[in-house]
Ligand binder design. Structure first.
Ligand code: ADP
Length: 317
């Protein structure tokens, strides 16, 4: 069985609802990726690596992971910290804004909670995935520990995958992010940026400039997501550019890139060709943005994935 470890933070999401109430759910970029990978490829072992607290919300979050079929053996617990929280507000024009309480979250303690069992488990995985947000939330001294840990994992033969997912407000400065991302690009064999990450952080707006920027690194598979336009991949299978069928009614783009990543990585582990992996991932992301929130109802998701997988089987006949 193929084994994937995804390292990041999951938070309690609160969303305004009618009658002054709030809807609660759980989300976070890497967590979303893990959920969608497992949903699309149930046969893979998908493990969420993070730190939670010993509180009621942490217990519910663990149950949520289990309901989604995620392995929870790499989740550690901090005695002094709780999960982060964020509130999604929507104004009269439908514009969303986010308020966070995550500066002191349990996930930020992860590197202090690493133990031998966790290290040896991760070293047995086929793939390890993390994002720029996983890095941003770590204290500078803990990032040093993270890079040592990642180097061990890499030496054990685990493939490393990274999505920069640049969020300016989580970093002390753009330079800080650029320094950390340089280490991440150097360590990763699969990199899945959104083109916006490069525009904001490096002033690179064109695909060819992004590709040239990444060329000095030893990236085996570079997958550049360009929103509703296209996805480009440069890999040992050559260059693939796939146009995206734009969705006419976009409800909420939260988790578009995360769902794409989860399904793409699952598909590649399941030996799909790059073009098919992109097609499956894009169909998942196209569905996700037609629903509010990061995690869409599983029935709707399964319907899209099953239809697309069947279409591939028909094409193969
Ligand atoms: P990120 O969330 O990383 O910024 P993008 O905005 O590039 O990611 O979107 C990720 C994926 O979501 C795209 O590669 C595409 O498959 C899908 N997607 C995004 N916007 C649209 C849209 N308007 N219509 C259809 N698919 C979309």
């Amino acid at each position: 069985m193929q084994k994937v470890v995804l390292f990041g933070e999951c938070m309690l999401e609160l969303r305004q609802a009618q009658n002054n109430t709030m809807l609660r759910s759980f989300a976070g970029d890497v967590f979303n990726t893990a959920v969608y990978q497992k949903r699309a490829f149930a046969q893979q072992s998908v493990s969420f690596m993070s730190a939670l607290g010993n509180d009621v919300i942490s217990q519910e979050l663990m149950q949520n992971c289990q309901q989604e079929g995620l392995e929870t053996g790499l989740i550690r617990h901090s005695a002094l910290h709780n999960p982060g929280i964020y509130l999604v507000q929507t104004d009269a024009q439908g514009e969303r804004s986010f308020l966070y309480w995550r500066e002191n979250s349990a996930a930020r303690q992860m590197m202090k909670l690493l133990d031998e069992d966790l290290r040896s488990q991760v070293c047995k995985a086929d793939l390890f995935f993390f994002s720029g947000i996983s890095l941003a939330i770590l204290a500078p001294e803990d990032r040093v520990l993270f890079w040592q840990f990642l180097s061990e994992v890499q030496k054990a033969g685990v493939s490393i995958a990274f999505d920069p997912n640049y969020r300016a407000r989580l970093w002390a400065s753009p330079e800080d992010a650029r320094q950390q991302f340089a280490l991440a690009f150097a360590a990763s064999s699969i990199v899945l940026p959104g083109i916006e990450d490069f525009a904001t952080l490096y002033g690179l707006h064109k695909l060819e400039d992004v590709v040239a920027f990444c060329a000095p690194f030893n990236i085996k598979e570079l997958v550049v997501k360009n929103g509703s336009n296209s996805v480009f991949c440069l890999s040992e299978q050559g260059e693939v550019t796939q146009a995206i069928k734009p969705v006419t009614k976009v409800v909420d783009t939260t988790s578009a890139g995360d769902s794409f990543n989860g399904v793409y990585l699952g598909a590649r582990l399941a030996d799909y060709a790059v073009a098919q992996a992109i097609e499956l991932a894009a169909s998942a992301a196209g569905l996700v943005i037609q629903h509010p929130g990061a995690i869409v109802p599983n029935e709707n998701f399964q319907a899209v994935i099953t239809k697309q997988k069947l279409a591939f089987e028909q094409q193969a006949k």
